[in-house]
Design a protein around this ligand. Structure first.
Ligand SMILES: Cc1cc2nc3c(=O)[nH]c(=O)nc-3n(C[C@H](O)[C@H](O)[C@H](O)COP(=O)(O)OP(=O)(O)OC[C@H]3O[C@@H](n4cnc5c(N)ncnc54)[C@H](O)[C@@H]3O)c2cc1C
Length: 293
């Protein structure tokens, strides 16, 4: 049905890495919801594939001893949304991936595939960026640890080298502790549509809840790769919770973004979305944290 040359099915991660070494040009196949579409279009015709989908060692979510949340890359979006650790500590991620495609895609699609695919619209990417996710990448030579912030190399390109497989996504306790967040996806349809623009925000307020102690803001489709609005984050740190804060944030993020025209939306419309989604996601995050405007 699909025009692969050979499909290899390793039984362990070790075996998968050996196969990646032996067949460096072979595609890594997870849920297949991106790859199989491209195969059907003939773009990957005749390639070898290594299917890692049955490797349960690469599936699931746990809390490590120091409070770090570890998400294995084959975890499906449905499992992420329904996982008690995610619901307790980083519900924003569960809500974000619950907006992907439709139920079938959320059952088969994996978080690892979503970020390794490298597209700017990936709905998990923005929230993972705001939580300073750290990636564990394995090859037969060992493990490489890479901040997710450094993973994107350009549109559809990520820092995965020959023979490597993503084996873990970690979010440290200091990144999520006492934070409250919101992801807003604007798309032309409510389901089965990728984001025209996505915005994820999370905040930590001062003890008396009157000031921004820390804010994280990131966007999808506001540039060629998912991006963090780091200069806006620095400007907003320490500011009082006032109605003007939302406008300050909406203006500040413009220094960090670089949206473009596409058939889906004009650059001007995306700029309007960037400002409005920033206001709304920041307002919701601050209110969830107990702040009052
Ligand atoms: C109808 C439809 C609707 C969709 N809607 C959305 C949407 O709303 N939002 C959204 O963000 N996405 C959407 N997608 C895209 C897709 O479902 C996601 O990107 C999904 O997360 C891909 O995961 P997968 O496991 O299916 O990846 P695969 O197709 O198996 O792989 C995708 C890429 O990642 C690589 N890869 C996968 N896992 C690993 C790993 N562990 N290590 C190294 N490389 C790896 C593969 O080699 C490939 O390059 C949609 C797709 C379809 C078909």
């Amino acid at each position: 049905m699909y025009d692969f040359n050979n499909i290899y099915q390793p039984k362990t991660v070790k075996e998968a890495l050996e196969m990646k070494k032996a067949h460096p040009q072979a595609l890594t196949l997870a849920g297949g919801s991106d790859i199989l579409i491209q195969c059907r279009e003939g773009k990957l015709a005749g390639r070898d594939a290594i299917s890692i989908y049955c490797l349960d060692e690469l599936r699931g979510i746990c809390l490590e001893d120091d409070g770090t949340i570890l998400i294995r890359p084959l975890t499906s979006f449905s499992h992420i949304t329904n996982n008690p650790i995610i619901q307790k500590y980083i519900p924003t991620l569960g809500e974000a991936v619950d907006q992907i495609g439709g139920p079938q895609i959320r059952n088969v699609g994996t978080i690892g595939g979503n970020i390794c695919n490298g597209v700017t619209s990936a709905d998990s990417a923005t929230t993972l960026k705001t939580y300073d996710a750290i990636l564990e990448i394995a090859s037969v030579d060992g493990i490489r640890i890479l901040p997710y912030a450094e993973f994107s190399l350009g549109a559809g390109r990520v820092d995965l080298r020959e023979g490597e497989i993503l084996t873990g996504i970690r979010i440290k306790k200091e990144s999520y502790e006492n934070t409250f967040g919101k992801y807003i996806k604007y798309s032309m349809r409510k389901a089965m549509d990728i984001a025209t623009l996505g915005c994820s925000v999370n905040v930590r307020l001062s003890k008396d809840k009157s000031k921004i102690d820390r804010v994280r803001i990131s966007f999808g489709v506001a540039g060629p790769v998912p991006l963090r609005a780091t200069s806006a984050e620095a400007k907003l740190k320490g500011l009082d919770i006032t109605p003007e804060l939302l406008e300050t944030a909406a203006q500040a993020v413009m220094e960090d973004v670089n949206p473009r025209n596409s058939w889906r939306a004009s650059k001007d419309f995306r700029i309007q979305l960037i400002k409005e989604l920033t206001r709304r996601a920041l307002k919701s995050s601050v209110e969830q944290a107990g702040g009052k405007f």
